[in-house]
Unconditional design. Structure first.
Length: 335
């Protein structure tokens, strides 16, 4: 029964990774080097890329701890690249692989979409005050090097995971929505989808207002630093929230019957991971304390971060249940 679920990937261990996978693996590993090198240099005491007066220089110990943790996170990309391309990777439990890939998707997807959009906005003179504020934090070239590396990591990991998932679990998202078996998602999960849609309204409204230039719920310091790049990020949060809720509703209520099953699953995967991970990251960053009261997050900002985390977790649970149910159904049929 277990063998039948993994059977699409069974030939892969003998043959080893093909040329495409080897290239993607190399890109994923090499693209980590600039980021890891910068972080290691900062931990060692170097100020490369950090201008005088930057707040990063205020607390050496905190900076070392944060940089050490971020090095561990980025090093996980190398581990994932190996898992997705080595024969032993097919024996890794599904949950143990899916969770870090889901987190990586959530952290990288907004950067992959946002950084190029910010460059376009800046090229047309829309960078505004936020760009000037960012230059005092780190030198401009640091963002270009680091975010370019993140985009390369996201593309390489995304390609590797798509190939891996097609081999191991491709049967779980084949077909159209109308072909889903009865009972794939039950009433409880339709209730979760409704809850996610309702809970998404406050953060969705706030991010939409901020993307449109409204300063309600922002501290004076945040409001003063807004520019084109800020508006791009807020608009992206709206997009990812809508994607998460749309994926959940399509799966739970089996809407869009002509759609491939992969479409709502992809919306739920990317949308839920992005809103959860960035909501969590922004919440943790705010807990670290901000020296200037004018820059501290407001209660409405905390509400937006917490709300999008809840939405993301609810949507992720619906997607996970759907995949688990289809996997169990495939195992029963094979038995």
């Amino acid at each position: 029964m277990t063998q039948s679920i993994a059977s699409p990937a069974a030939p892969r261990p003998a043959a080893g990774p093909g040329r495409t996978r080897r290239i993607l693996r190399a890109v994923a590993v090499v693209s980590c080097v600039p980021y890891l090198a910068l972080k290691a240099a900062w931990i060692a005491g170097s100020h490369i890329g950090i201008p005088e007066g930057s707040s990063l220089l205020d607390d050496r110990l905190t900076m070392a701890v944060v940089n050490g943790l971020s090095m561990l996170l980025d090093s996980a990309v190398i581990v994932l690249a190996l898992v997705l391309t080595r024969p032993w990777g097919l024996r890794v439990p599904a949950w143990l692989l899916a969770f870090p890939v889901w987190v990586a998707t959530g952290l990288l997807a907004p950067i992959m979409a946002g950084f190029p959009a910010q460059l376009v906005v800046k090229a047309f003179g829309g960078g505004g005050a936020s760009s000037a504020g960012r230059e005092a934090f780190l030198d401009e070239w640091v963002f270009a090097v680091v975010y370019t590396g993140f985009i390369a990591q996201g593309l390489a990991l995304g390609g590797l995971f798509a190939l891996y998932a097609r081999d191991r679990w491709g049967h779980l998202w084949r077909g159209r929505m109308r072909e889903l078996p009865v009972g794939a998602v039950g009433p409880a999960h339709r209730a979760l989808a409704v809850a996610a849609a309702v809970l998404a309204l406050p953060p969705l409204a706030l991010h939409a207002l901020w993307a449109c230039g409204v300063s309600t719920g922002l501290r004076e310091g945040r409001a003063a630093e807004r520019g084109g790049e800020f508006y791009v990020l807020e608009a992206l949060y709206v997009v990812f929230l809508v994607a998460a809720v749309a994926g959940a509703v399509l799966l739970a209520f089996r809407r869009g019957r002509a759609l491939p099953v992969s479409v709502p699953l992809a919306l739920a995967w990317v949308g839920s991971s992005a809103v959860t991970c960035w909501g969590g990251w922004l919440s943790l960053a705010s807990l670290g304390g901000v020296a200037d009261l004018a820059d501290r997050p407001t209660p409405l900002m905390h509400l937006a971060y917490a709300g999008q985390m809840l939405v993301g977790l609810l949507v992720a649970s619906i997607g996970a249940y759907h995949v688990a149910e289809r996997s169990a159904g495939a195992a029963r049929r094979a038995a």
